[in-house]
Design a protein around this ligand. Structure first.
Ligand SMILES: Nc1ncnc2c1ncn2[C@@H]1O[C@H](COP(=O)(O)OP(=O)(O)OP(=O)(O)O)[C@@H](O)[C@H]1O
Ligand SMILES: Nc1nc2c(c(=O)[nH]1)N=C(CO)CN2
Ligand SMILES: [Mg+2]
Length: 239
């Protein structure tokens, strides 16, 4: 999605959630400075790492994630696909001894699992926004093979491929990497969250709060936008 079109959605998101654009821009600047210092990936670098396939599997952190991973393990040849974990989904993949090729994260998943997957070879797409400045400062220096994103205007080392939550941004990234097919696993949307999305809940699942429910509505909207507007086949294992 080009920035002009994205900006219309972005302004609505800022308004809907009460986020400040200046806060997003401040974190973006910090992330860009960190990546300048430590080195980072360009889109072309990442493309070279995953150009073995144009078929991608995107793993979200919804209630069907574990079942979908088990189905994929038995019915698919994992080496035929570029595996992209959205943040908390990394933990479920780690439990199943799978290292994703890419993790899209705003660094609020289980950091130990993301660090482990990164050490095992997963590339990281770190998203800076107005509410994760501390996590960006604290954890970014510990990761290798990082590409940075922002939801504001891209500048310096950062990209904006479109998308809001880790899951739908992972899809926009896949499109930017030339995906022809996206298989969605654990992308339930709706209003139920899992321990992979919310590590502190007592049970395996819980009712999403209002803000999370609204985030998932945007995730679904952008998934539909990609399906309607991009030249890519989307297969959601949930439906
Ligand atoms: N029912 C669901 N619960 C949680 N995540 C889901 C669900 N369905 C789809 N997803 C996707 O899985 C992704 C990973 O979940 P996670 O909660 O770790 O992400 P997030 O974008 O950081 O959300 P938040 O800002 O609420 O922490 C989400 O970004 C979303 O796109
Ligand atoms: N400012 C801000 N931006 C975001 C946030 C958030 O909590 N605050 N959460 C996101 C992923 O769900 C994506 N973008
Ligand atoms: Mg996250």
């Amino acid at each position: 999605m080009d920035f002009g079109l994205w900006e219309n959605y972005y302004k609505k998101i800022l308004d809907d959630f009460g986020f400040e654009r200046e806060d997003d821009e401040k974190t973006a600047q910090v992330l860009d400075d960190l990546l300048f210092e430590q080195g980072c990936l360009t889109l072309e670098d990442l493309y070279e790492k995953v150009d073995f396939s144009t078929k991608f599997i995107i793993f979200g952190a919804g209630p069907s994630l574990k079942d979908h991973i088990k189905k994929i393990k038995t019915e698919y040849d994992l080496f035929d696909y570029v595996l992209v974990a959205a943040d908390g989904a990394t933990t479920a993949l780690t439990e199943e001894k799978i290292v994703p090729d890419i993790i899209a994260t705003d660094l609020d998943g289980k950091i130990d699992d993301i660090l482990y997957a990164n050490a095992c070879g997963a590339n990281l797409v770190i998203h800076g926004h107005g509410n994760n400045l501390e996590a960006i400062l604290k954890y970014t220096p510990f990761f290798d093979n990082v590409l940075g994103t922002t939801q504001a205007q891209a500048h310096g080392n950062l990209y904006n491929f479109g998308g809001f939550t880790d899951g739908d941004r992972a899809m926009f990234l896949a499109v930017a990497l030339g995906a022809t097919e996206l298989i969605l696993a654990g992308m339930d949307f709706g209003n139920v969250v899992t321990k992979y999305s919310r590590p502190n809940i007592a049970e395996d699942t819980a009712k999403a709060d209002k803000i999370k429910t609204k985030k998932l509505e945007y995730a679904e909207l952008f998934t539909k936008w990609i399906d309607d507007n991009e030249d890519v086949k989307i297969i959601n294992l949930k439906s």
